[in-house]
Design a protein around this ligand. Structure first.
Ligand code: GLC
Length: 806
């Protein structure tokens, strides 16, 4: 049976938990045991990271995975001791506890607090299907964990519905769902089988690494139990001991890879439409942005730029001179990004198709024929991206786009999405020839999208080694953040989807995919002025900010609905441009530590359980809290402010958290709160594009109130890889307020990049100054609209500003 979105068969069979185990080997960092015919290995990869592998039916340990980036871990001091139940493998920070009869594995921190313990009754094991004709590694594997009282679950990558996933059933199987996904839909385009658990402020993470179909039952069937299962293969999982969400994410992104530094222009506002039909339309759109003074850095060409949807070609009637068009756009400050789908049109006169076929680069039917299905171009063949050679070939084909001036590549339909039947994906028995190791599609399904994005990123790096690749993907697997940013596919112009974008992006961020965004304005269906304005208020705070919409829907460029909406969109997009230095610093923090850019409140305040349910608000970094309006006609909403002092960005009003407040939010003034003592670096007021000049003045906006805080300012050339050789400038900006005194410290500049010469304007709000000293010397200041402004010079050493309030 061909598998469609709805009709996927469930697997039967009898679950067989592992029984008693015997240790068979002990190495520096690991224990190996044998339970019946299953080999189990527990390895300490880092003081707070364990890997567990179970390999049924005598199969040897094997951990290679598209999810994993870091394979060479520094040795960890590990000790093994005998316990009453069995053995413990201890690092300086945590231990894995194994009871041997039957084999059950759990974890404990240094204080002895246990977490992520196997369910005593069910543990891990295999579902015996007892059917002839299946290879043994197609039998499902399962892991059962005990859910502790009060334990709550988050993450799971791209999901519908709310932030918290406790009590839910999660399916991981990449599909292109039918239009208008609601909370009733489960799996979407990407699969990241990663859980973040929180209990009383203590976090741990679990990655269940298997690119086949995976399902999690998160205490839905039994409130005391969690079940994680895959449709076959080995059972491999990683436990990140935390104890904070920040630590979990740091380790998780060390294992699965960090978000690469994007080019600065990628943070700018972006505009798309399926499709801008021809050169003239593209020019008209670009002109409108400039004439209307709405900043924009990137314009997209959707599928209609191609000749009959043949990838790596141009429709020469609609786009007779792409090189000229793209260079004109470039002069106006626009980059161009083109879409590329995996399906290659079956066409005897199309060299790309022929070349792929002659080299055996396509997926095959079980009978060895080229596997074909229908996508936009009609009948297509599908590259086997599991092969290095195929990925190289795909990457090389990008040359034809780059030669015309394309700046970035948008990978779509890479679940892969197939049209026969509608909303289907590749049948599990399609064969990936690989590089000499053929594998059925079902074994690699969820990784297909990541592998395509990888082909593109690696190709761009080979073709333009001096530039940071810009790659977008719709489908992918854990670790996709190494290759591409993720946009969340086809949302709708619905208020419900504006709301859902918040939990969705927060869970993506908690699952390592920090560079993400939803289509601003919504893709399917007709937008309207108010929805677009509110969507843009939210959208400009996304790591990836792109307005995109489907064929046949109303136009939804920022000016499409006239006033007052156009002005709101302009104001919000300009706010994003002012925030670019802050956003860019957050990207660097993410690149260095894995911390999400758009993050849930619980990431910053894990001790505060009220934040666990606050999924219609989020933090942009650690300094800015946003509580978007997501219903029509509404001018007020409830906002929860966690501990500390907060300042309403538009009125300057101060609030003491924890508090539940009612925010007034007319159009154009979304509820945004600055966290006291956390500096927010801002760029100049007006800018058409994200391109910056080193002379641009830099403003450090700080809201002072009793307490302390710090953020990081990071700058570099905005593209290229000089930062890897130290060509960057990073400094910590801390602020402490006690009584009447506020001290702002601009830490010593790290790195050799020279910003400036420029003015650095300290913009302190919330206090009135009577006396200001810079490095011990009296310094003048001015007061404007209640803001205290101190002008500083850009210099590499530490600068200390002391403000004595009246
Ligand atoms: C898919 C994409 C969408 C794109 C369309 C045409 O639906 O998700 O963004 O516009 O295909 O290429």
């Amino acid at each position: 049976m061909t598998e469609t979105y709805e009709n996927r068969p469930r697997t039967g069979g009898v679950y067989e938990p592992l029984g008693a185990a015997e240790p068979v080997l002990q190495e520096a960092d690991r224990l190996r045991l044998r339970a019946g015919s299953t080999t189990v290995e527990v390895t300490a990869l880092a003081p707070d990271l364990f890997r567990v592998g179970a390999f049924p039916d005598g199969r040897p340990p094997e951990y290679a995975s598209e999810a994993v980036a870091e394979e060479d871990w520094a040795p960890v001091p590990v000790s093994v001791r005998e316990t009453e139940e069995g053995l413990a493998l201890a690092t300086p920070e945590a231990e894995a506890r194994l009871s041997l009869s039957p084999l059950r594995i759990g974890f404990a921190d240094r204080s002895g607090r246990t977490f992520c313990a196997d369910d005593a009754e069910l543990g891990m094991g295999v579902v015996r299907r007892g059917e002839a004709g299946f290879p043994p590694d197609s039998e499902p594997v399962m892991l059962h964990k005990r859910r502790e009282e009060g334990e709550r679950f988050f993450g799971c990558g791209e999901r519908t519905s709310g932030l918290e996933k406790t009590g839910s059933h999660q399916v991981f199987w990449n599909v292109d769902p039918p239009a208008g996904h609601t909370a009733a839909f489960n799996n979407l385009y990407t699969s990241i089988p990663f859980l973040l658990s929180l209990r009383g402020g203590r976090a741990y993470g679990l990655l269940f690494d298997n690119p086949r179909r995976v399902e999690f039952d998160l205490a839905r069937e039994d409130p005391r139990r969690v079940r994680l299962g895959a449709e076959g293969g080995d059972l491999v999982y990683y436990v990140f001991c935390g104890p904070t969400p920040r630590r979990v994410l740091e380790r998780y992104t060390q294992l699965t890879g960090r978000t690469p530094m994007p080019p600065l222009w990628a943070l700018g506002n972006q505009q798309s439409r399926w499709s801008y039909a021809d050169e003239e339309e593209v020019r008209r759109i670009a002109r409108a942005f400039r004439e209307r003074d709405i900043p924009c850095d990137v314009i997209y060409l959707d599928i209609d730029y191609m000749d009959g949807y043949r990838v790596f070609t141009w429709d020469r009637e609609r786009f007779p001179e792409p090189e000229r068009l793209l260079s004109e756009l470039r002069k106006e400050g626009f980059r161009t990004v083109t879409i590329v789908d995996p399906g290659v049109k079956v066409d005897e006169n199309y060299p790309v198709y022929i070349e792929g076929r002659e080299n055996g680069f396509y997926c095959l039917t079980p009978g060895g024929e080229e596997y074909r299905n229908v996508v936009w171009p009609g009948l297509c063949a599908f590259p086997d991206f599991t092969s290095d050679r195929v990925r190289r070939w795909w990457g090389e084909n990008l040359r034809s786009l780059l030669d015309e001036g394309v700046s970035g590549v948008w990978c779509d339909m890479n679940e892969p999405s197939l049209f026969v039947p509608r909303h289907s994906t590749m049948p599990p028995d399609v064969v990936h020839p690989g590089d000499g190791r053929p594998r059925p599609h079902g074994e690699v399904h969820n990784a297909y999208g990541s592998l395509m994005a990888r082909a593109v990123r690696e190709g761009l790096l080979r073709l333009r080694p001096g530039e940071r690749p810009f790659v977008i993907t719709r489908a992918g697997y854990a670790g996709l953040q190494r290759h591409a940013l993720q946009w969340t596919g086809d949302n709708s112009s619905w208020w419900e989807h504006l709301w859902m974008a918040m939990p969705q992006l927060q869970n993506l961020g908690l699952s390592g995919v920090a560079f993400c965004g939803v289509d601003v304005g919504g893709f399917f269906g007709d937008c309207d002025g108010e929805l677009l304005a509110r969507f843009t208020e939210f959208g400009v705070l996304q790591p990836f900010c792109r307005n995109h919409s489907a064929k046949g829907t109303r136009e939804q460029e920022p000016w499409a609905f006239g006033e007052p909406y156009e002005s709101v969109c302009r104001r919000m997009i300009k706010l994003r441009y002012r925030l670019l230095p802050y956003l860019y610093s957050l990207f660097e923090e993410c690149h260095r530590t894995g911390s999400p850019i758009l993050r849930p409140l619980l990431f910053e305040f894990p001790e505060d359980e009220t934040t666990y349910a606050t999924d219609d608000e989020f933090m942009l970094g650690s300094a800015l809290l946003a509580a978007p309006i997501t219903r029509p006609g509404i001018r007020h909403r409830h906002v929860y402010l966690p501990e500390g002092s907060w300042f309403h960005l538009w009125s300057g009003e101060r609030f003491e958290g924890p508090a539940h407040i009612l925010a007034h939010a007319p159009l154009g003034e979304p509820p945004l709160y600055a966290r006291a003592n956390h500096a927010i670096p801002l760029g100049p007021e007006l800018s058409h594009t994200g391109e910056r000049s080193p002379e641009d003045p830099l403003t450090l906006m700080i809201h002072a109130a009793g307490g302390s805080g710090s953020t990081t300012l990071y700058e570099d050339e905005g593209d290229g890889f000089g930062y890897r050789e130290g060509v960057y400038a990073r400094r910590e900006i801390s602020c402490e307020t006690t009584g009447r005194r506020t001290t702002v410290r601009l830490g010593e500049r790290e790195g050799s990049y020279e910003p400036g010469p420029r003015e650095v304007l300290l913009d302190v709000r919330g206090i009135r100054g009577a006396r200001t000293r810079v490095d011990g010397e009296e310094r003048g200041f001015r007061v404007e609209d209640g803001r205290l402004l101190v002008s500083l010079e850009e210099r590499p050493g530490e600068t200390v500003v002391e403000i004595e309030a009246t």
